[in-house]
Design a protein around this ligand. Structure first.
Ligand code: SF4
Length: 114
């Protein structure tokens, strides 16, 4: 049966195939090979979302993970972000949650709130 992936590491978007014997073909560079190996073992994604600002009416600050995080954790992180409140002023790239779920990944702001 095998699997096919579109590599998302660069805009070229190579089609990378994995056959039933786990032979990987179709990548143009090692980054693509490593991407598919990671997709097969522990897929990760960058997460972007928003967090409510407690001291500004109807205000949310946009946030993202400091690096890509295991797909298994995405839902739990989203739930956590829904629960928390942060206080303005918030600067760009401010760490709002350090080391979320002991992943060594931070939640950082992608917008300034004065
Ligand atoms: S395999 Fe390499 S060249 Fe192809 S899309 Fe991935 S990163 Fe780009």
């Amino acid at each position: 049966m095998g699997k096919e992936f579109i590599c998302i590491v660069c805009p070229k978007g190579c089609r990378i195939k994995v056959d039933d014997n786990e032979n990987i073909t179709g990548y143009t560079c090692l980054r693509g090979l490593n991407y598919v190996k990671e997709e097969l073992t522990c897929p990760k994604r960058m997460l972007t979302s928003t967090v409510k600002v407690s001291n500004r009416k109807d205000t949310y600050v946009s946030v993202k993970t400091s690096s890509s995080i295991s797909k298994d954790l995405l839902l739990d992180v989203m739930k956590e972000l829904k629960k928390i409140r942060v206080e303005a002023p918030i600067s760009m790239h401010q760490v709002l949650i350090k080391n979320i779920f002991n992943t060594d990944i931070d939640i950082i702001s992608t917008k300034e709130v004065k």
